[in-house]
Design a protein around this ligand. Structure first.
Ligand code: SF4
Ligand code: SF4
Length: 327
């Protein structure tokens, strides 16, 4: 049996556009992604359904939620009106221009009930975002009794080894910390090999022959999981760590029809059966993969191209288009 029957706390992806193009970004966010932002009506629908399924709270994520301050405030106002607590808003501080800009933004979200900002910091972000933007934002938070939760704070000493008024490229990190520094970010970040990590960390870990990829006969527990999921601006429920796979809101709360969702249901029960399904349609796997998620993304990309628009669960389409553009 496959389906999502109950939700705990999860995330709301309000947009996919971002000023940065981090090498680890699961969702292939970048300045080139579509400018769409979650509408107040869409937020109302998502919060209503999430509450019906038991979600006690949500966090706001992106893309970069602060790229459209007015739209973010509208979503937060809807959350307040509907009694959906917002655990935190995620941001990379990329939008911060100066102290005044940071102060005003914190003031506005605080007035709408936000008490924590999760501020993403890592060498991946620092390729695009100077640490001074992070400092302006965290100071503005502290001044207004909003908690700035740095994620992942263990990178802080590395990030502050360089001048903080500008971004720093991978080559600078490798020059300073050693040539393996970037490759070792992947395990430090506990990064799975999906999304943009497949481009950035190509060759940084061993691969398995396609016939011997671990756990191919074991169901993907992630697909039955109810925590650390996201629901995106298009109303797609995205299981934890599975970008490009999304169930429409109306499919939640009931058993999934294998005819309607042949990919999700196969992965939830027996990922190897998806390989057979794809092979029957002409898929030729590569000789090796990093893990089953790498193979999974490759199969889904194949199906996306083989039958454009056929599988509702291969969403958003812009995720697959971003892969095509970047690889
Ligand atoms: S800041 Fe976050 S959303 Fe933007 S590209 Fe980096 S990881 Fe992706
Ligand atoms: S194999 Fe696919 S469905 Fe399973 S956890 Fe990995 S990305 Fe998600």
């Amino acid at each position: 049996m496959a389906g999502i029957f109950k939700l705990t706390s999860g995330g709301l992806i309000v947009n996919y556009r971002c000023q940065a193009r981090c090498g680890h970004c699961l969702y292939h966010c970048s300045p080139d992604r579509e400018p769409d932002y979650l509408s107040p009506e869409g937020a109302r629908e998502i919060f209503t359904r999430a509450k019906e399924l038991g979600a006690p709270s949500m966090h706001v994520s992106g893309g970069e939620p602060f790229m459209d301050m007015d739209a973010l405030c509208q979503v937060l106002a809807v959350a307040q009106a509907q009694g959906m607590p917002i655990d935190y808003v995620e941001t990379s501080a990329s939008w911060v221009e100066d102290e005044a800009c940071a102060r005003l933004a914190v003031e506005r979200v605080r007035a709408l009930g936000v008490r924590t900002l999760s501020v993403s910091i890592s060498p991946y972000q620092n390729e695009f975002i100077p640490m001074d933007k992070v400092f302006f934002l965290t100071q503005a938070c502290r001044d207004q009794a909003v908690t700035p939760a740095l994620w992942i704070d263990e990178f802080f000493p590395d990030l502050t080894a360089f001048p903080t008024d500008r971004p720093h490229a991978r080559a600078e990190y490798e020059g300073y910390f050693g040539k393996n520094y970037w490759a070792q970010l992947r395990p430090r970040y506990a990064l799975n090999m999906v999304g943009r990590a497949l481009c950035t960390h190509k060759g940084d870990m061993p691969t398995f022959p396609t016939t011997r990829i671990p756990h191919m006969c074991r169901s993907c527990q992630e697909l039955g999981g109810r925590s650390h999921y996201h629901i995106d601006l298009y109303g797609g429920y995205i299981p934890p760590g599975c970008p490009g796979l999304a169930l429409p809101l109306e499919a939640l709360g009931k058993e999934l029809d294998p005819e309607e969702f042949p990919i999700y249901t196969r992965l939830a029960q027996d990922p190897k059966s998806l390989l057979d399904f794809c092979k029957a349609q002409g898929f030729t796997p590569k000789s090796s993969y990093y893990n089953r998620c790498h193979l999974c993304q490759d199969m889904r990309l194949f199906l996306y191209h083989r039958h454009p628009g056929k599988y509702r669960e291969l969403a958003p389409a812009s995720f697959y288009e971003a892969i095509d553009t970047e690889t």
